[in-house]
Every structure is written in C-alpha cells, then in structure tokens.
Design a protein around this ligand. Structure first.
Ligand SMILES: Cc1cc2nc3c(=O)[nH]c(=O)nc-3n(C[C@H](O)[C@H](O)[C@H](O)COP(=O)(O)O)c2cc1C
Ligand code: SF4
Length: 442
C-alpha cells in the first residue's frame, strides 16, 4: 500500500506549525463548516466515518461522543445539566510510540481544530490538553498555537462570531506513564496523585470534576477536521471496513530508515519494511511489537498480518498505538523483555498488589536469566507471576506489562533456556567473540 499522508500531510511544509501555514492548506475550513451544523449532526458524521480512537483501545469515537448525557427539555437535575469537558490525552508514554509528539510539533492546529469541533459537538465550553511533562518542546509549541488560535478568533468567546464559547487550557503532566490512562489522567488534572479510578462510572458520565467528559487522543482529534471536510465516505475508502482511515505507523529499531509512515489502516509489516528500507543489512527480522511494548510480540511469521484493530487481534495481539519496534537476529529476547519490565516496574502506580509486586519480581528473575544464574523453574515462575497479574490487576497496565513476557516465552522459550548456562546471554557480544575465538582454535 502506498504512503497516504492525511494527518502528516503538512509535516514537511515550511513553518508548518504556524497558523498562517495551516490556513494556507485548508486550515479551519472544517470548523467553519461545523459551526453551520447542529452538534448532533457532527457526531453523526463521526459515527458514520467509523473513526476509532488512536490512543490504543480503538473505541469508536462518535459513539463515545454520543454517550455524553445532554439535558432534555424540562429537565431540572441529572448529569445532562452538568458542564461537559473535553480532555485531550497528549501524554504519549507507551514505549516505541512517537506520533502524537510529531503531530503537535509539526501541525498543532490540526489537533486544535479537532478540539473545537469535538467540544462543539458534545456542547463543552472547556477543553484541556494534557501534555506529557518531559515534552517541554511540544508544550511550548502547543501553547503558542493555542495563543494564535485565540488571537484569530478560533478560540475564546464567540468563536468565529457563532455565539459558541470555548476556553482551552494547556496542562503539563509530571511525566508518569500511568497518567496516560484516562482516569489516572483525570485524577492528575484535579491535582491528585495520578492513579486509575474504578470504572464504571466511565468518564462520559462522571469524569473531570465528576462531570461528563470525553477523553480523546491527539491523533483521534486531528482526524476529525479532514473527516468533516471531505466526508465520512472519503475516510471509509481507506483501510478495512471496521477500522477505516489511515494510521501513522512509528517504525523504529533495526530498520534502515526509522520514522513515521502514514498509510491506510491494514498495511502489513512487509509493506512498511519496503518503505523504510528493510531490516539492517546482513540481518533477519526476529521479533517486533505491533502496537508498543504492551502488545504481545510478533515474529517473522506475522509479516503479512493486516495492521488494524481487528487484523492484529485475530493474529493474537493488539494494534495499540501502531508503534512497531523492530528487532533482528542480533538482539536478545531476554534483554529486550527485561528492559521493558524494568520500565513497568518503575512506572507501576502501586495501587494494586499484583502489578506493584509482580513486576519487580519479574525484573529480578529476568536479570538472573540474563546473567545465566537462573533455573528452568524460574522461567516457569515467570509464567506463574504473569498468570497472577493478567486479569487480576486494577487497570489495563497490568495486562500490558505481561504481554511481552508471555509472548516471548511462547515464541522463544528455547532462547530463554539457552541463557541458563554459566555466562548467560548467548548473544552477548563478549560471548559471541569468545565462541568465535574458540571455533578458530579448534
Ligand atoms: C497504562 C495506560 C497508558 C495509556 N497511555 C495513553 C497515552 O499516553 N495516550 C493516549 O491517548 N491514550 C493512552 N491510554 C489509553 C487511554 O486510557 C484512553 O483509552 C484514550 O486516551 C482514549 O482516547 P481515544 O478514544 O481517542 O483513543 C493509556 C491506557 C493505559 C491503560
Ligand atoms: S495495574 Fe494496579 S498498580 Fe499497576 S498501574 Fe494499574 S492500578 Fe496501578
């Protein structure tokens, strides 16, 4: 499939992040159209487009907007009368994921236009953009773009003289992976320590300050203006019926030209490897993540899996954030998984025992395996710990953390066992050198 820039179409333009550049390329035309429509008509178009959230779970966006309770004539109490909020999830913490930051750096107005349209559709008058704290460069850029949008009348009181008011606040997080989980994000926004909330109630009913709230990812919102401008049918022409549109695939690791490749949903890794020059010369693909480190690993058997929500699920993993981290035959599976589990152990919010205790235990075992100090029983113990985390944790973080462990043992159990000799990792460059030397002497 060819490259199909929709979200990334302005990224290479001169000073693409400015309002002037955005307006030169259809910027804010979709908003002008939206303001002539009824809010529910906009939601209907988004529903009809079958747009699914780009934050990882792939929840249908129009349906999410439709869950926001709206006041009915004569109603005097109930959630429909509360203020409504839009919260933009710009936390982007999933290892390997790198598409929201480039979107905000190169084309922040696409997200802002999506925010105004979405807020108008759900009848919100306050939107908050929650940006990952470490991404100071993105924070500055988004703040500058929001200021430009205010000055031009796209935000604030009486947006484009339509009578509609919208305030937008840009809020930096403090840099915690769990604050990307929508309810932990809301706690963090309210000034509490970021920890997931019990669901239900879902944010659509009781979100920010216990009011109806839509939480949407940056890419989800940036997809809204082109859908509104060109129509739901145009969007549905790209990709499969149940996951239409394009996806910005982040291809990183052992490839010749790592980067962001936007292509129709359902593109395969084989096709993406052709675009990015293939795996580094002299090496073979070994394993890869289809959607970040929280999604079960794939191997070279999965080169032709359609990379969309349903295609990846049918092959036993998750589309997640379309973050493809590519590893080749020079990379050690135990080392890669060990690094990811260190990340999860560090980022666990500590609210529930299986995740808080299980991840550090797995770190210890993986370290011992890597150093050649473990036994085969400990490999099985990893499976046992995963069994106690999976489905028994308070939020999806726990299930995500066990994904690389379970899938790596499924596909590479023998490589785990090959580590259980003095000296540990058979792919450690020092040991590879020793063996080569021993071979040349014999
Ligand atoms: C541990 C964890 C981390 C998450 N991090 C992010 C994130 O950084 N950005 C994001 O958009 N969604 C993240 N999500 C998903 C959000 O909870 C939520 O589903 C998403 O923001 C909804 O937006 P969407 O419907 O537009 O996809 C995370 C989920 C979990 C469980
Ligand atoms: S699974 Fe439990 S400890 Fe881990 S991040 Fe979620 S709530 Fe926190």
């Amino acid at each position: 499939m060819p490259l199909t820039p929709v979200l990334s179409r302005r990224w290479n333009d001169r000073e693409s992040w400015t309002l002037a550049a955005y307006e030169r390329t259809d910027g804010y035309l979709a908003l002008r159209k939206a303001l002539t429509m009824q809010p529910d008509e906009i939601t209907a178009v988004v529903k009809d487009s079958s747009l699914r959230g780009r934050g990882g779970a792939g929840f249908p966006t129009g349906m999410k907007w439709g869950f926001i309770p709206q006041a009915k004539p004569g109603e005097t109490s109930g959630p429909g009368l509360k203020p409504k909020y839009l919260v933009v999830n710009a936390d982007e913490g999933e290892p390997g994921t790198c598409r929201d930051l480039p979107q905000m750096m190169n084309d922040p107005h696409s997200m802002i236009e999506g925010i105004v349209i979405a807020s108008f559709a759900i009848r919100a008058h306050l939107a908050v953009i929650y940006v990952r704290g470490e991404a100071v460069h993105a924070l500055r850029r988004v703040r500058a773009a929001v200021a430009e949008a205010y000055a031009a009348g796209y935000l604030g009181n009486n947006v484009l003289m339509s009578g509609y008011d919208l305030e937008v606040v840009v809020h930096p997080g403090a840099g915690a992976y769990i604050c990307g989980e929508e309810t932990a994000l809301l706690d963090s926004l309210e000034g509490y320590r970021g920890q997931p909330r019990l669901k239900p109630p879902f944010p659509a009913v009781s979100g920010l300050y216990s009011s109806p709230t839509v939480v949407n990812n940056v890419g989800t919102l940036a997809s809204v203006p082109p859908i509104l401008l060109h129509g739901a049918d145009w969007w549905k022409q790209m990709g499969p019926e149940k996951s239409p549109g394009t996806s910005v695939y982040s291809v990183t690791g052992r490839v010749v030209r790592p980067g962001q490749y936007e292509a129709p949903m359902g593109t395969t890794l084989r096709e993406l490897l052709e675009m990015c020059g293939g795996v580094r010369e002299g090496h073979q693909l070994k394993f890869w993540t289809p959607g970040g480190s929280s999604t079960p690993l794939f191997t070279d058997e999965h080169l032709d899996v359609a990379l969309d929500f349903d295609g990846v699920a049918a092959a036993g993993s998750m589309n997640g954030t379309s973050a493809l981290m590519i590893f080749d035959d020079g990379d050690c599976i135990v080392r890669a998984v060990g690094r990811w589990i260190k990340f999860y152990a560090h980022e666990s919010c500590g609210k529930c025992t299986p995740c808080r205790e299980g991840n550090p235990w797995m770190v210890q075992i993986l370290d011992r395996i890597e150093r050649g100090q473990a036994t085969e029983e400990e490999v099985d113990q990893l499976l046992d710990i995963c069994d106690n985390i999976l489905g028994r944790s308070f939020c999806a973080f726990g299930d995500g953390a066990v994904s690389p462990v379970l899938s790596s043992i499924k596909y590479f159990r023998q490589e785990y066992l090959d580590h259980l000799t003095p000296g540990g990792c058979p792919l450690d460059p020092a040991r590879v050198g020793e063996r080569a030397l021993a071979g040349s002497r014999s």
